[in-house]
Design a protein around this ligand. Structure first.
Ligand code: PLP
Length: 401
């Protein structure tokens, strides 16, 4: 499948195992970006001339494609720069209504982008942050959730798939528990949207955030999905052109959702690229899922044969279904070798893996480790890539000892 990705075609030796950080881009996505600039480039929502109308129609059609992909209505799709911006938008907007003593429930496995915005809000407003613990197997301790949720809990915000442990969290169950307490349920889908079929109504959450660049799309574009009735009640957090319906020297009134949350000229080309990425995923979804499942199982099996290496996260293997029971990534530590050194040695074998905290420093602190090495898989990887990784890891042990 490497042939679908121009960068990999041009770098035949590269073994790219860092798709959890960002995916490589298929030709369709690159073509969509170029096509927009060559054939439709104009600002959206503001020109009476034909080219501007063409750009606006394409931009709004892309919104429909993305909405359909996650089972949403098109007005519920807000374009942002990515997961981080989506979660910051929520913290800023929902935060306006929170008062001292209100509680926010997160988990110990959150990426910094689903932790720091809430931490800052908590400091500013005197809120209480609570964390669902991670067990020694790397899953959420669901027995604790009922004890942690209280009448003061206003928000439960959870990652769908951990970018370190690979754990797939029980969102449906968490949404039910959050709603029973009168809280909102937010899902960070950065690591899940290109690996699991997502239907926001079936998940039962209130908001869902994801990034284009982790799902074969361009950087600088992402989505915040929210239930329409909730978005309508919320205040925008950025002000300027396009997000208003009327402005006087003294005041302004907001546009309807979703535009109320899209101040200024959006990343129009990025939206076209994201829609192309969604079409790419839809066309290949079954195949991608089956392939990623096979690779993840193979990687877990092969990597675990290396001595003095500890794999993080749950060791769930095949249940016979096509669908992943663990995200397509394997993070691990190697006794006596710093993760950065492992990543550097892998680089000598033209293998791109990530070493460090993966923006989840508190989770690593809890696990008592100075970071980890992470190999993550996508459509273009093969079992041979994993075999080469295993050889490089064995070499790392020889070199360092
Ligand atoms: C689970 C998770 N949440 C959020 C993010 C942040 O995504 P972005 O940097 O695209 O905003 C990442 C990125 O690694 C992630 O893995």
């Amino acid at each position: 499948m490497k042939s679908l990705f121009p960068l990999l075609e041009k770098n035949k030796k590269l073994i790219y195992l860092d798709s959890s950080a960002t995916t490589q881009k298929p030709k369709e996505v690159l073509d969509a970006l170029q096509k927009f600039y060559e054939e439709s480039n104009a600002n959206v929502h503001r020109g009476a001339y034909s080219l501007a109308q063409k750009a606006t129609v394409e931009y709004e059609t892309a919104r429909e494609i993305i909405a359909e992909f996650i089972g949403a209505q098109k007005e519920e799709i807000i374009f942002t720069r990515g997961t981080t911006e989506s979660l910051n938008l929520l913290a800023s907007s929902l935060g306006k209504k929170l008062v001292a003593g209100d509680e926010i429930l997160l988990t110990e496995m959150e990426h910094h982008s689903n932790l720091v915005p809430w931490q800052q809000l908590a400091k500013e407003k005197n809120l209480l942050l609570k964390f669902i613990p991670v067990t020694s197997e790397g899953i959420l301790d669901m027995r604790e959730v009922k004890k942690l949720i209280s009448k003061r809990t206003k928000i439960v915000s959870v990652t769908h798939i951990s970018n370190v442990l690979g754990t797939i969290n029980p969102i449906k169950e968490l949404a039910v528990l959050a709603h029973a307490a009168g809280a909102l349920c937010i899902v960070d889908a950065a690591q899940s949207v290109s690996h699991l079929p997502i239907n926001v109504r079936e998940l039962g959450c209130d908001f869902l955030a994801f990034s284009g660049h982790k799902m074969y799309g361009p950087t600088g574009i992402g989505v915040l999905w929210g239930k329409k009735e909730l978005l309508e009640e919320m205040e925008p957090v950025q002000y300027g052109g396009d997000m208003i319906s009327e402005v006087t020297f003294k005041d302004a009134r907001w546009n309807e959702v979703p535009w109320k949350f899209e101040a200024g000229t959006p990343n129009i080309a990025g939206v076209m690229g994201l829609a192309a990425a969604v079409l790419f995923l839809q066309k290949n979804f079954k195949e991608i899922q089956g392939h990623e499942k096979e690779l993840t199982e193979y990687a877990l099996e092969k990597i675990s044969t290396i001595s003095e290496l500890k794999i993080l996260g749950p060791r769930i293997l095949s249940s016979g279904s096509h669908i992943l029971s663990r995200g397509p990534l394997v993070a691990f530590t190697m006794n006596g070798i710093h993760p950065h050194d492992v990543a550097e040695i892998c680089n000598r074998y033209t293998i791109a893996v990530r070493g460090g905290y993966h923006c989840a420093m508190p989770l690593h602190q809890k696990l008592g480790i100075p970071g980890s090495v992470r190999a993550s898989f996508a459509f273009h990887n093969s079992k041979k890539d994993i075999d080469t990784l295993v050889k490089a890891l064995q070499k790392a042990q020889e070199v360092i000892r």
